[in-house]
Each structure stands twice: as structure tokens, then as C-alpha cells.
Design a binder for this molecule. Structure first.
Ligand code: PXL
Length: 264
């Protein structure tokens, strides 16, 4: 019995709350084998991003080649990709290595720091979006990807028209639900309202959990419901005592997930 193999293509958060570190915790909690192609590094704690350093494209491609050549990938997700050059390198690789792909279109950290250069947005829309099984923007990111304003259904339809197969617009900004659009139907996914200040890593935890569920073969709507529930619980268990700022979410180990290993 081999656990599903999940890959995070994202940026390191030295504070351990978001990015690569959140993705690995979520993959592990979901009973998956987590792998990483690190695209860059942030010097970060719970209060701020103090420095950001993108890695050269060849180092990123080399990590992808190493993982795909030997281990294989059941599903991958992207997080903060920092630059247009990195987005293009990742898209070039994934075009040649068709992959069940979740895109978390991270534009900026909740503290405000940019995690994607403005000129990279068009590259992400043009080259990465068409490779996505599902994209997981929050409302602000959905407006940017759609290139327009409007209600969530309009934004979701526009994002799918731009090439993504499906979209989950997350509702952590107070909408009370996530909205899944699969190209045909809109599905409202109620989210439990959890009072919590330790919310750092929420979006990463959601998209990584969704990736893990898709990797094990769960249907999209069920995977999205599971990701919403795991994320709400992770905020509820959030580590308020870690750091002076927004502490990291704490994803719970799912005993069900660790038992549901996939047979190949
Ligand atoms: O949550 C988005 C995110 C992704 N990746 C890194 C981050 C953040 C938010 O702070 O720091 C590295």
C-alpha cells in the first residue's frame, strides 16, 4: 500500500505557518507522501515578511525533474510563485508532464507583502490556468484572475472561461461559504464560522488538503467539502501563542485519512 504522492510547488515560510511548510503539514495530516519543488524563500515570522528570494528557474526545474523521474506525482499544487520567469518555467514543465494540478493563486501575504510580481499575473492566466484541474482564489484573487468585478458566480464563470477546469472561490472573508464552479454547476459549500486569530496558512492548508483528496481519487465536490472542514478545524486549533502576530493554523491529523491509503 502506497500513500498518494503530493507535490507542492511553492515558497518557504521560515516561520513555519504558510507556504511549503503548511502544505507539507496538510499533506501529512491527510495521509499523503508530501514532496516539494521550492521556488523561493521568505525570511518571515508571524508579523511580517522581511525578505523574499526567488530561486533560479533551473533549480526549480531540476527539483521537478528529480521528483517526476523517480517518485511520480498523483497530484500537485502551486502556491506563491513570485515571478513571471518562475511561473513560465513551472508551466513549461507541467505542460510536458500532465499532472492533476491545483493552483492556489497566491498574490500577497495577509500582512500585505507581494508574493507574485504584477507582471506575472498575465503569465499565470495565460500559461498555468489552462493546466489546472481547479483554482482556489479568495475573493480578491478571483477578481484579479477574472479581470473584472462582479458576484462570485460571475467571477467563477470568467475564470473557467479563461482555461481552468474548475474553481473554488474560498469564503474566508466572511461570505459564509466556499463556491465551487465545475464548468456546469455552482455548488455552495457551507463553511463553519470559526472565531480565531491564528489564521496564518489558511489558504495553503485549504489548497493542500484539496490536493491530497484529489490525489487519492476523491471527487471534486467531496474533496472541496473536506478541505473546507479541515481548514475550519485548523483555525479552531490555531496556535495563538506562537509569535506576536497571527499564529499558524494547526491542522489535525486525520486518522481516517491515514488509513485510507490508496492501493496501486
Ligand atoms: O498564504 C499564502 C502564502 C503562501 N506562501 C508563502 C506565504 C504566504 C502567506 O504569508 O508566506 C510563502
Amino acid at each position: 500500500m502506497t500513500p498518494p504522492r503530493c507535490l507542492s510547488i511553492a515558497t518557504s515560510d521560515s516561520g513555519g505557518g504558510a507556504g511549503i511548510q503548511a502544505d507539507l503539514k496538510a499533506f501529512t495530516a491527510a495521509g499523503c507522501h508530501g514532496m516539494t519543488a521550492i521556488v523561493g524563500v521568505t525570511a518571515q515570522n508571524t508579523t511580517a515578511i522581511l525578505a523574499t528570494y526567488p530561486l533560479p528557474a533551473w533549480v526549480i526545474t531540476a527539483q521537478l525533474e528529480a521528483v517526476y523521474a523517480d517518485i511520480g506525482v498523483d497530484a500537485a499544487k502551486t502556491g506563491a510563485l513570485l515571478s513571471a520567469e518562475i511561473v513560465a518555467a513551472v508551466a513549461d514543465f507541467l505542460r510536458d508532464h500532465p499532472t492533476l494540478l491545483v493552483i492556489d493563486p497566491v498574490l500577497r501575504a495577509s500582512t500585505g507583502a507581494a508574493l507574485l510580481d504584477p507582471e506575472a499575473v498575465e503569465v499565470l492566466i495565460g500559461s498555468l490556468l489552462p493546466l489546472a484541474a481547479v483554482v482556489t482564489p479568495n475573493l480578491a484573487e478571483a477578481r484579479v484572475l477574472a479581470g473584472t468585478d462582479g458576484d462570485r458566480r460571475t467571477l467563477a464563470e470568467r475564470i473557467v472561461a479563461r482555461g481552468a477546469r474548475a474553481v473554488v472561490i474560498t469564503g474566508g472573508d466572511g461570505e459564509g461559504s466556499d463556491l465551487l464552479f465545475n464548468g456546469t454547476d455552482h455548488v455552495e459549500i457551507p463553511i463553519a464560522w470559526v472565531e480565531g486569530t491564528a489564521t496564518h496558512g489558511t489558504g495553503c492548508t485549504h489548497s493542500a488538503t484539496l490536493t491530497a483528496e484529489l490525489a487519492r481519487g476523491t471527487a471534486l465536490a467531496d474533496a472541496a467539502r473536506h478541505a473546507a472542514a479541515v481548514t475550519a478545524a485548523a483555525i479552531d486549533r490555531g496556535l495563538v501563542g506562537i509569535g506576536e502576530g497571527a499564529g499558524p493554523v494547526a491542522v489535525a491529523q486525520s486518522s481516517a485519512a491515514s488509513q485510507r491509503v490508496r492501493t496501486r
